[in-house]
Design a protein around this ligand. Structure first.
Ligand SMILES: Cc1cc2nc3c(=O)[nH]c(=O)nc-3n(C[C@H](O)[C@H](O)[C@H](O)COP(=O)(O)OP(=O)(O)OC[C@H]3O[C@@H](n4cnc5c(N)ncnc54)[C@H](O)[C@@H]3O)c2cc1C
Length: 510
């Protein structure tokens, strides 16, 4: 009822303020000619109907801060931004906003240090942000990360090439760093959240956000939280925060965005993780295995600091493997896949399988009046590789830039915040579409991976380095279409076909 009254008041205001309508109706000529007056009345009626439609649907509405009564930007009690979740996306956003003097509440249901099931592979865009935050120095000084030096992949039919891509990447000043550093999330996420706090963001741990409601009249969110440590579920300790902008950074289940209707689907992928100790056989830093039954998903073994390994199995949408098959495949490959079982060695100490969902490919709308959705909650995971940390961080850096500009312009309308959607689409969203197409293509034509492995073996580490740069988002996936790449892969596919037709099996290197 309040809503209807509010809308009628707004409609009246819109009509009363319409200067064109006022002027026409007051015109002497219109008043003296009744047919003209009737037609004019009809025209005004149509304009009124359009106004009613606009107000009722909020379509085309630009949220205007100056129209919000009795609010200044300096109110002590009110946060500029309340962020649900202090994972990589939430904390990076908090860091950059706090750096510009914005008052941020980072609301995190867990207490750091906390584990997060992940492959822990941190690619270059994220590495740059970690450097800027001062986190990379801490990680390196405390020996908590391992830069990949050598690696490669094993194709569905067992072609493989392992080389030193880092050495090759270093030739190029632009890539003067490892393509990947493995950092356990128990360390990484704590350091990123603490860096945001040092910069001035208010980090509230053990704080579970249960609900958030937006009041259009005041332009404020009311964010209702409970203390996660409360044992009495009947009578939880409640805390409420007020903020001008709400950020959904609560990971791939996207609970907050789903509650508000911005995301309507379940996560579309899943990945397992198991740390491996006591391995004596695996000599590389990162190898990707493509067992045919898992395509377009894959398994990977990644070397962590202090000689631990991380074994993963990704189920990516588009193939035959279903989310519920994860446990079966994870365990089956460990013992039955000739390459994975060999890599894990004879007596590995393997952690019990852990798993978490993936939301891949980006969502259609990640903004609204006073609202942004970032990181996994917005589906920022590459559909070909399952990587999300760098997109979570880079997306949040872009979100912070857009918000800073929006605050300066005093315009938090969806029209203003749409710049965020455009920015992440330009930076990596279009690549996600390409990745989606490629992963479906590889599922249908796994021979392409077999041919690529053979080609890399022939062309050597430099070519592997280029491949690694594409797969980790340093170079666009259009690399595959280049005249010095696409045709070579095509020729290799023909050569693979011949080998299969005439029974000449390729020697497998490992
Ligand atoms: C098994 C696995 C392996 C992966 N491997 C890699 C990899 O090797 N490299 C890579 O780049 N990416 C990888 N990813 C993806 C990567 O983990 C994510 O992209 C990344 O964690 C996204 O960060 P985020 O901050 O958006 O979400 P998250 O890291 O999920 O953080 C969300 C935070 O929100 C908090 N939260 C949730 N609900 C609430 C609430 N109601 N109130 C308050 N707080 C809340 C959570 O506690 C959490 O801290 C992997 C994912 C999985 C599942």
């Amino acid at each position: 009822m309040d809503n209807v009254v509010e809308k009628i008041a707004k409609i009246t205001k819109v009509l009363a303020e319409n200067p064109a309508a006022k002027k026409v109706l007051e015109n002497k000529f219109v008043q003296e000619h009744k047919y003209v007056a009737a037609a004019t009345t009809f025209g005004v009626g149509v304009a009124a109907a359009a106004s009613i439609y606009k107000v009722a649907t909020n379509e085309g509405k630009r949220y205007n801060y100056d129209a919000i009564p009795n609010l200044s930007f300096d109110d002590e009690e009110i946060y500029d931004v309340a962020c649900i979740g202090a994972g990589p996306s939430g904390s990076v956003l908090g860091f950059y906003l706090a750096r510009e003097g914005r008052k941020v509440a980072l609301l995190e249901k867990k207490e750091f240090p906390r584990d997060k099931f992940c492959g822990d592979a941190v690619a270059t865009m994220a590495q740059d942000i970690l450097r800027e935050m001062g986190v990379m120095k801490e990680i390196v000084d405390e020996n908590l990360g391992h830069f990949s030096q050598n690696g490669g992949f094993v194709s569905p039919n067992g072609n493989s090439f392992i080389g030193n891509s880092a050495k090759e990447l270093k030739r190029d000043a632009k890539y003067n760093r490892g393509a990947i550093i493995a950092i356990k999330r128990i360390h990484l996420d704590e350091k990123v959240a603490k860096a945001a706090k040092r910069m001035g963001a208010n980090l509230f741990e053990n704080t579970t956000v249960e609900n958030a409601t937006f009041d259009r009249l005041t332009g404020l969110w009311t964010v209702e939280c409970v203390d996660s440590r409360t044992t009495d579920s009947e009578n939880p300790t409640k805390i409420t925060y007020k903020a001008r902008v709400l950020i959904c950074a609560d990971g791939s289940p996207s609970n907050s965005a789903r509650r508000m209707g911005y995301v309507n689907t379940e996560p579309n992928g899943i990945c397992s993780r198991a740390y491996v100790k006591n391995n004596t056989t695996f000599r590389y830093d990162g190898v990707v295995f493509y067992p045919p039954s898992l395509l377009p998903g894959y398994c990977a073994i990644i070397r962590e600091a202090r000689d631990e390994l991380n074994y993963l199995a990704y189920i990516i949408p588009g193939g035959k493997a279903k989310i519920e098959d994860l446990s079966k495949f994870h365990h089956q490959y460990m013992t039955e896949d000739p390459f994975i079982s060999k890599a894990l060695g004879p007596n590995p100490e393997i952690e019990r399988m852990k798993a978490a969902p993936l939301r891949l490919g980006g969502i259609k709308k990640s903004y609204d009046d006073h609202l942004l959705i970032v990181g996994d909650a917005a589906g920022f995971i590459d559909p070909l590789t399952g990587e999300g940390i760098q997109y979570a961080m880079e997306g949040s850096r872009l979100a912070a830039q857009v918000l800073i500009q929006a605050f300066n312009e005093r315009d938090l309308s969806h029209q203003s915040l749409k710049r965020y959607q455009n920015a992440w689409m330009d930076k990596f969203g279009h690549e996600f579409s390409m990745s989606m197409t490629m992963s479906l293509f590889l599922y249908r034509f796994p021979i392409v991976l077999d041919a690529a492995a053979s080609l890399i073996e022939k062309r050597g580490s430099r070519f592997l380095a280029e491949w690694a740069a594409v797969m980790t988002g340093m170079k666009p996936k259009t690399w595959f279409l280049r005249p010095d790449v696409g045709p070579l892969i095509f020729l290799e596919i023909i050569s693979e076909c011949f080998k299969r037709a005439f029974g000449k099996k390729k020697a497998i290197t490992n």
